[in-house]
Every structure is written in C-alpha cells, then in structure tokens.
Design a protein around this ligand. Structure first.
Ligand SMILES: CC(C)CCC[C@@H](C)[C@H]1CC[C@H]2[C@@H]3CC=C4C[C@@H](O)CC[C@]4(C)[C@H]3CC[C@]12C
Length: 760
C-alpha cells in the first residue's frame, strides 16, 4: 500500500458551487457501448441557457450511474493537453484515447444510465452513433480507483481539476467551468459511494488503535508476591507511559500526513505554474515567433537554439510517456539505490571507488572482470597514457553571480544583445562535451567482442548500457559549455581507450555539432542539434539528430537522445533530468527500447531507466534492462511480460555498467575523463590545428581561474562573431590577414579555416 493513498480527499474551494449535473439519461444500447438517449439530450440542450447559467436538471441524485465525457489530460511538456474519453463507473474512473476528431475508444457496453458531460462529448457521441458501425471495445488507457484518490479543483483556472491517486497526479481540464463542476460533483459522489476502508492500512490509520495487555506484567509481579495495590500502580504507570508514546506517535503521524499533503499540493502548484507558462508561451509564440522568449533561449545558449519551437507531435503519435506499455514493472518499488546494490550482482565496492585513477583502458578491464558480464570475452588491453587528474588551481577567487540578477538588469532590453558572463560556463566546449558521451566506450568494445562470438543479445545489451552511460556525466553539472565558433574543432586522441575522436561546429543557426569517433573495430558518428524551449523556470532541450554505431562486421545501431530539461535556472540549485523513450534500432537480430522516467519532486527514486530488448523478426521480448542513468544498468534475461506478479527483477539482475565514482570533484563537477579533455600538453601543442577548442583563449583563462580575463576574451570573441554577421566574410578575413598577419587570433584562425572549406 502506498503511504500517499490515505490522504483524505480535498474538498472543493469554499466559493465553488456544486453545479447541477449537466444531464442524466437512460440507456438505450448504442453501437459504441454507451447508452445515451440523444434526442432527449438534444431537447434539453435547446432548453438550456448560455453555458454560464446553470444547466437544466434531469436527474439530481447521483445513484452510482455511469458518467462519461471528454476531458483534457496533461500528458507531458512535449505533448501538452490531450483529449481523452473518461468514463466513471463503479467508483473507477477509466479513460480512453480519442482517435481523430470524432473516434472515441470506449470500454465495454453498458445498459445502465449514462450521463454525458459537455457539449463536445455529446457531439462526439452523436457522431459515433450516426456511424452505426459496431465499434471495437478498447481496453482503458488508464484507470483510477476513486476510493483511494482525492479530488481537487484548481484555484487559478476554473476549468482545471486534479486527481491524486496516491502515486501520481492527474491534471485534467474541461471545456468550461460548468463541466468541471459537473465532473467534480460526479467524482465526489462516486467517492462517497465507495468510501475508502481504512482498516487495511494500519500504517496510516489516524485512529491508530493499539491494544495493550498488562497480563504478562501482572503475572510476573504476582510471581514476585507483590500485592494488588502495587500491581495496579505498576500497570497504570506503564499505561500512562504508553499513552504518552502513543500520543507522540499520533502527532508524528499527523505531521507526516500533513507534510505529504503539502508536498503534493506543492507539486500540483508547480505543474500548474509551469503549464500556465506553457499555455501563455504558446500563445505568445504564435503572435511573435521571433519574440523575446525565443531570443531568451538563444541567450542561454548564445545563439545555439534552433528557431523552430513547434510542438513535435509527429514523433510519438499519441504516446503518454508515463503510462505507455503495461509490461513495465513499477521500478519505483525496487529501484532504490539500496536495492540496486542488493541484486544478484554485488557491487564491486572493494575497488569501485579507486578505479578511475587507473588508466582508462585498464579501468574498464578491471570492471569487466568484476561484473562477470564479460566472462568469456576478450577485453582489449590499451596502453597507459598519463593524463592530468586535476584542473589548474584557480588564480582568482570565484565570483558567483545569479542568473536572476542578469535578467533583472536586462528587463525590457532586447535579450539577444545580452551576454552571459563566463561564471556560467565550465571550461569545456560543446565539441568536447560530445566526446564525454564516449567515457564508457569499453561497453562498445565489449559489444564488439560479444557479437564476434555470435552473442547478439549481449551485444545489444552492452550498447543499450553505452547509450545510457552518456548521461551519467550530466549529474551535478551546473554550468554550460562554451558555444564553439562556427568552424571550431576538437580532436581527441585516446589510445588508452582505443579511440580517435573528431568534432566540429558545422552550423551556427541552428547550432549543429557533427562528430565522428573511430574505436577499435567500430565507428560512431552523429550530429547534435538541440531544439530549446524556455518554460519560465526551466529549459527543455529536445535533441534532433541520429547517432550511429557501426561494427566492422557491418552491424549497425541507431538511436536518438531523449529530452533533457534543466530546472531552477532562475532560483535554486540548477539540475537536469532526462526523460522520454529511446529506441535503439539494430540492423541485425535485435532492437531495444528504453524509457527514461521523468522525475517529480516527490520522487524518492529519480533517474530511472527501464526497457527491453526485442527480436526484430518475431517481435518477442527477450531481455529486460533496468537501472539509473547516473548509477548503473542491469539486465535480466527472458520476456519481462511473462514474469509473475510481485516478481522482483533485481533478484536476477546482472550488472552491465556502473558509473565511476569520482572523489576528485572540481568546482564544475567534471569527471576525471572530462578533466582530461582540455589538457594542453606541450607535445600536443605542435600537433593541434589552430581551430581546436583547447586553444580558445576565454576557455583557457576560465580553466586557469582567470575570470576577468576570461570574461573580457569571451566578450571580444562574441562581439567579433556578431561583426562577422554584418561584414562580408572575405572582407573580414582579409582585413584581419593584413592587420595581424604575424599571429592571427583564435577566431581569425577559425575563420581562415572556414575560408579554406568554402568554394572559391
Ligand atoms: C542557466 C545556465 C547557466 C544553466 C547551465 C545548464 C547546464 C546544466 C546545461 C547547459 C547545456 C546543457 C547540455 C546541452 C546538451 C546536452 C546533450 C543532451 O543530449 C544531453 C544533455 C546535455 C549534455 C545538456 C546537459 C545540461 C547542460 C550542460
């Protein structure tokens, strides 16, 4: 039983009037399974006055009949509000998808009275009825048991209502105020008809009846030959103490309940606030496509956002991220950090914390052996390369600046002209950051080996772990990478990991980075372009583009990254979350689907990822994947949907990947691998092209903790970049060539490299 279930229903706002039911009708069997007397409804509608006035009453008393109608359900930030057909029956509120403008998917036929709420709902029912085609009975998309839920009306929007189910909150919106009142009334009545039986959850029963027996005590005291007077006194002392304890327990329990309630209220308010911002932003965007909000994001990323801000509906037709695929186990039950460690695999505590001090190649070898997952495969031995383990000591004291102070100072100004100071940056460019996704490249090496041995399942499992591992380094990072100049490059030569990496910024608007990596026996490439949306207190980044991994034997895997949201950008601690579905399409035997669960504030178990591997030919699920993007990934063989109820996948889970635990934390929370990326060893200096990110002066100054210099250089670079926009390219380059012929600056070098790439 979920502890949240016991919270009492929240009543309507004091001022909220319970409106009359819109209409209640007797059933006549309908093809769609809903018994609705449409002509009767029509005549009533005609009698009715404007929507603001109360509707005529037909059946005042709600006797537990069915209620149905359209409500808009909040799905997620990408999909927004979606129409769903809701049916309230026997204390259960079920909802179904609405396919197209008129097609409703409904539940089983019923012959009892049905009340249809809302004009639009009636219109749809009439249309369905008119078809005369018997409609398939659909399984409900979701079900809410009202006896364990609480219902609440939104304070700020008279069309919205919330249903807390104990584990999640459903955000619903009706077409008008009257419809909301009708729904709330129906829901509350249904709830009253099916009151929650509290006796089942003694853990949260506020009456907390404890029966205490003094029998044993009495017996023992009698044995000692004590008189009745003394025994009675002892009994009353004990009972008094106990009742004191009982009272304390009760008040603690009350506090707990209040706290949980407050938390849920806060969460509702948070979503309400954010959805209000979304609704308003959408409206505003339609009025001024290139207005302040789209500019604002470009300031955050210094012009890296693409211009388009359209809601991408085509991607997942009508997928509700939280409720898709019934086969998933409720990972929240077992995926706590402790249970992650208590599965069949035991964590390699003995050496896990030290492993990053080892050279990368050897590190992966040691973990391979420990994980057992690579028993029987050959693990490549890479040479040791000495790399730095720390960033240079900062030369100046840090100057923390809140983003809010910058926004405040620039209110009313055109934000595209505002530059963010360097304090918001980390000493890495987006080009280097792309390479961070390959920190756990040993997983691909393993995948190669498994495939060579004909074990394609282990190959895709390792690739899935690799695709997830790329997110691990984002945990605890609060600064933004430097936005490279157009034509800026980064080359990483890492024989210690068997890697050669190259990335380049290939487009400025939209900002696109292309990268390529040669591993031993495999290649990985892709381009990254982010579509950004600013939601007021958070930024949502939707990556566009495909990543490809190809093995020397020809097998190819392709996937796209999931959505990233950055929260608390104005106030509080910045953090990011990754959520959505990642599909890894394999050209061979298997593909994989991974779901990154979106975090909520009462989520005690964030960052979960779960999914399965599917046979491309038969469609059968052959293995399950579970874990967290910032901790570890595990697999369990077999079809997850055939497992019995209450099955604990962690009992059989085998570790695929575990994040390196770094102790050597910098101010930027960089991993040891990330620390190595901007190292400029003297031997490298001779070899690097002048366009390499390591040579970017502002980034170098920031790394050295020379904040003033870094800021000045950053401003200079950004200004000269802006200048390029207005000056013909060749004139700009030639002017610089003549003015600084001896040692051109970084940006001129980058520009010069561009001129070589352009057709003459
Ligand atoms: C307001 C400003 C200063 C906040 C800085 C926010 C930081 C946390 C942001 C800025 C840019 C962001 C990155 C941009 C792009 C990607 C690629 C994506 O596929 C995974 C997340 C990742 C790697 C983001 C992680 C979070 C990030 C580093």
């Amino acid at each position: 039983m979920n502890p949240l279930c016991c919270i009492a229903p929240v009543s309507l706002e004091p001022g909220e009037k319970r409106s009359q039911p819109v209409v209640a009708l007797k059933a006549s069997k309908l093809p769609v399974g809903l018994g609705i007397d449409v002509p009767a409804r029509n005549s009533l509608m005609k009698q009715g006055t404007a929507p603001s006035s109360p509707m005529p009453v037909v059946d005042l008393e709600f006797k537990g009949e069915e209620v149905a109608g359209i409500l808009y359900k909040w799905v997620n930030y990408g999909k927004g509000w979606r129409a769903r057909w809701f049916v309230l029956r026997d204390g259960v509120l079920s909802y179904y998808k609405v396919h197209g403008p008129d097609k409703i998917s409904m539940g089983p036929s019923c012959e009892i009275g049905v009340r249809v709420i809302g004009e639009d709902s009636m219109r749809r029912v009439r249309k369905e009825q008119g078809n005369g085609v018997p409609v398939k009975e659909w399984k409900p998309f979701g079900e809410i048991h009202l006896k364990v839920s609480s219902i609440r009306a939104s304070k700020s929007d008279d069309k919205r209502l919330y249903i807390f189910t104990g584990t999640k909150t459903l955000h619903l919106r009706s077409d008008c105020r009257e419809d909301r009142s009708a729904w709330i009334e129906a829901l509350l009545s249904a709830k009253e008809l099916f009151p929650r039986v509290l006796t089942t959850s003694s853990d949260f029963d506020p009456s907390l009846d404890i029966t205490v027996s003094t029998e044993k005590l009495r017996g023992r005291l009698q044995q000692e030959g004590l008189g009745e007077m003394v025994i009675k006194e002892c009994e009353s002392i004990m009972l008094l103490e106990l009742s004191e304890l009982h009272n304390q327990l009760k008040s603690l329990q009350q506090k707990h309940i209040l706290l949980l309630d407050r938390l849920r209220q806060l969460e509702t308010e948070k979503v309400e606030l954010e959805t209000t911002v979304i609704d308003e932003t959408k409206e505003r965007d339609s009025h001024m496509l290139n207005g302040r909000f789209s500019d604002f994001y470009s300031v955050m990323s210094e012009g890296s956002a693409s211009d388009s801000d359209v809601d991408n509906e085509s991607q997942g037709a009508d997928v509700e991220t939280d409720e898709e695929d019934g086969i998933y186990f409720d990972t929240s039950d077992f995926l706590s950090s402790e249970s992650l460690r208590s599965g069949s695999y035991r964590s390699r505590d003995s050496m896990g914390n030290n492993c990053f001090y080892l050279p990368y190649g050897r590190d992966s070898t040691s973990s391979d052996v420990m994980h057992g997952n690579s028993v029987g495969i050959k693990i490549p031995e890479y040479p040791f390369v000495k790399r730095r383990k720390k960033l240079p000591e900062p030369k100046e004291k840090e100057k923390p600046v809140g983003l809010w102070s910058i926004i405040k100072e620039n209110i009313g100004k055109d934000l595209s002209g505002v530059c963010l100071p360097v304090y918001f940056n980390e000493p890495l460019s987006s080009l280097q950051k792309c390479f961070e996704d390959l920190e756990y490249s040993y997983l691909v090496d393993r995948a190669l080996e498994w495939g060579k041995q004909g074990n394609n399942l282990m190959r895709i499992l390792n690739i899935a772990a690799f695709a997830v591992s790329g997110y691990a380094s984002t945990e605890g990072r609060q600064c933004k990478p430097f936005n490279p100049l157009l034509g800026e490059t980064y080359e990483g030569d890492y024989p210690d990991k068997g890697l050669r990496f190259f990335s380049e910024k290939v487009s400025h608007h939209p900002m696109v980075v292309a990268c390529h990596c040669d591993g031993m026996g495999w290649k990985f490439w892709g381009d990254s372009n982010l579509r950004g949306k600013f939601w007021g207190r958070s930024i949502q980044l939707d990556p566009i583009g495909v990543l490809t991994l190809q093995f020397e034997d020809g097998e190819k895997f392709q996937w796209s990254k999931v959505t990233t949201s950055i929260y608390n950008i104005i106030l509080g601690k910045i953090y990011c979350d990754h959520y959505g579905t990642m599909r890894i399409k394999g050209s061979g035997q298997y593909s994989c689907k991974l779901k990154f669960k979106e975090q909520s504030i009462i989520d005690r178990n964030p960052h979960q990822v779960h999914g399965f591997v599917q046979d491309n030919k038969t469609g059968n699920k052959v293995a399950m994947l579970i874990g967290k993007w910032d901790e570890a990934m595990y697999y369990v063989l077999g079809d997850p949907s055939t497992k019995p109820k209450g099955y604990d996948p962690m009992s059989e889970a085998v570790l695929l990947w575990e994040r390196h635990k770094s102790v050597n934390q910098t101010r930027y929370n960089l991993t040891p691998f990330a620390i190595s990326l901007n190292e400029l060893a003297p031997s490298l200096l001779e070899k690097l092209p002048p366009t390499d990110s390591r040579l970017r002066p502002d980034q170098r100054h920031l790394e050295n903790g020379e904040y003033e210099l870094a800021n000045a250089e950053k401003l200079r670079l950004e200004n000269s970049q802006r200048q390029v926009k207005f000056t013909p390219f060749f004139k700009y380059v030639n002017d610089f060539k003549t003015a600084q012929s001896t040692s051109p600056s970084f940006e001129v070098n980058v520009l010069l490299s561009m001129s070589c790439k352009l057709p003459c």
